[in-house]
Design a protein around this ligand. Structure first.
Ligand code: ZN
Length: 111
């Protein structure tokens, strides 16, 4: 049976919880920097070149952005996010760090 958006959002929330606990277990300090996003914010990101789409999974509550923070600094190195991306894939999600055209290691979405 096809899942409703609400069912997907519930499942996604559980996946994010597992990812947060996994990061803690392997000693990677993270914080969720963005979950839901409205059209206005998506358009702003698109116009500034920080997104390639006007229709993001963030707008339907099926994506989070996560930052690794060490000693008060945001870590941007792709390799640091790889363990999280790999785990996310095992949960059935899509990691933006695997995208070829617009690589986004901070982005974790439902599919
Ligand atoms: Zn994102």
């Amino acid at each position: 049976m096809r899942k409703t958006l609400s069912q997907k959002q519930i499942e996604f929330g559980r996946m994010v919880a597992k990812l947060i606990l996994y990061a803690e277990a392997i000693g990677i300090p993270i914080k969720v920097t963005e979950w839901n996003r409205d059209q206005r914010e998506q358009t702003r990101l698109y116009d500034s070149g920080k997104s390639r789409t006007l229709s993001s999974q963030h707008q339907i509550g099926l994506a989070v952005d996560i930052a690794i923070i060490r000693k008060g600094h945001y870590i941007t190195a792709w390799a640091e996010y790889r363990p999280l991306g790999r785990f996310w894939g095992l949960l059935g999600g899509t990691w933006g760090g695997n995208w070829q055209d617009f690589n986004d290691p901070f982005h974790f979405q439902y599919k």
